[in-house]
Design a protein around this ligand. Sequence first.
Ligand code: PMP
Length: 432
Amino acid sequence: MSNDRNAELFERAQRVIPGGVNSPVRAFRAVGGTPRFIARAQGPYMFDAEGRRYIDYIGSWGPMILGHGHPAVLEAVQRAATEGFSFGAPTEREIELAEEIASLVPSIEQVRLVSSGTEAAMSAIRLARGATGRPMLVKFEGCYHGHADALLVKGGSGMATFGHPTSAGVPPEVVQHTLVLEYNNVEQIEEAFRLHGAQIACVILEPIAGNMNFVRAQVPFVKRLRELCTQHGALLAFDEVMTGFRVALGGAQSLYAQLIPGFAPDISVFGKVIGGGMPLAAFGASRAVMGLLAPLGPVYQAGTLSGNPVATACGLATLHEIRRPGFFEALASRTRTLADGLAAAGRDAGVPLVTDCEGGMFGFFFGSELPQHYNAVLATDKERFNRFFHAMLDRGVYLAPALYEAGFVSAAHTAEDIDATLLAARAALACG
Ligand code: PMP
């Protein structure tokens, strides 16, 4: 089928936008080929510039948990837009959204709204440093927390090695307090606290790491992190930008709380689903910690569009839908059907393919076992992933265009959509 219009737009885009895109992964650099320029989307489908339909498993990289153009969300956004786009003054909807988040996530007493996950994680780190008076932060290889300088640190350097910037433009001094450790490695975290315990402000992690496809933090790892942070007076930050209101109504932390008695992180970071597709993110913690933020306390943080009235309307309408009884059970069951079906298709084709999922988030790897950390993800079959990606795209299924990304199912995906996807997967795997 013709791809001319997408190619034409890509060429035009590259003249005025670096790489033709406003966020790098959209450029298809990892998988090759021409990015699809999306003209519109409805329910579980996106339509490209050629009018071709795709079953969408990106969902704007997570936010579209209800699918595209959900009537209740659309109505809330349209109503809010007629009342005003932005005021730079407080609104009642901001309170409602903060109340909603605090009621769904027991570890949170207060919330501050921002406009992107990057901002939320960056602010959470500043808050942790301000609260503890310490400089150091610990992050894990393969976990992404947005593109704030201090968090843009390459992994792979092993225990107690101070980070080197992944990105040009980040001076080494800016990341000298960022320690990068291996995900799920209890020994490394023990050693980090033994060596630097009194200097560590914060340990931040993705509880299910969606930025290396789908890797779960193992329960003993999370348990030990919690113990060490408490023992040394460091704050444990869960970056739930991807997992929040996506793997379960209370986020991944609600799942760990079921497995580890009394478990809660100290700070949580949210984005994606809480904005329902509009630019909105948040970070939250106890009243004591959040009270350190300006205007009450000495940790500065602000935003012209923070708590934007149209974005909060979109987020509130989305949360309203996902808290309906049975919502997550239905979403999880559909996602499970997809993940199990992909694994079965791999088995039948004699292709090593492993899958995992939680709530409405899933991952798959061309390998024989689920990776536990970033290096194991790197060891999976990238070439086969790329072939599979294109074979699926050709069959009208839009997966994330890189092996390092999670997939997302929405409430709008029907059993027929899942069946069609699995049929496409079988055909794609048969091609090699
Ligand atoms: N944290 C996590 C876990 C994320 O997945 C992302 C984005 N994918 C971010 C932070 C950054 O969010 P944003 O792109 O909204 O800045």
